[in-house]
Design a protein around this ligand. Structure first.
Ligand SMILES: [Mg+2]
Length: 118
């Protein structure tokens, strides 16, 4: 069960990764933007991605992942501060399975991850 955590903030990546470990997920890889993420997808079972990032943002990453046959079915959770309804609708339309709005608790993160990989 390998999880890829994508965020341009090293602090946020650490928070997300530590939260995942706290709820029992140990196999975690990280990327700092969408481009790096695309090069890190091999063997990944779940993608957790930020929205706002340099080089390639999360929405573009989601669309790119969904457009490739190899990753079209990969579960994706968007983690974003963009809590506005329009952004959430846009992320869902692009193919994310679920979303989490910052700030979040590790319990919320754990529940969403568990629900999506079941
Ligand atoms: Mg960001």
């Amino acid at each position: 069960m390998r999880i890829l955590v994508v965020d341009d903030s090293t602090t946020m990546r650490r928070i997300i990764s530590n939260s995942l470990r706290a709820v029992g997920y140990e196999d975690i890889v990280e990327a700092g933007d969408g481009q790096q993420a695309l090069q890190t997808l091999d063997g990944v079972n779940l993608l957790l991605t930020d929205w706002n990032m340099p080089n390639m943002d999360g929405l573009t990453l989601v669309k790119t992942v969904r457009s490739s046959a190899a990753t079209a079915q990969l579960p994706i959770i968007m983690i974003t501060s963009e809590g506005a309804r329009d952004e959430v609708m846009e992320a869902l339309a692009a193919g994310v399975n679920d979303y989490i709005v910052k700030p979040f608790t590790k319990e919320t993160l754990g529940e969403k991850v568990k629900a999506i990989i079941r």
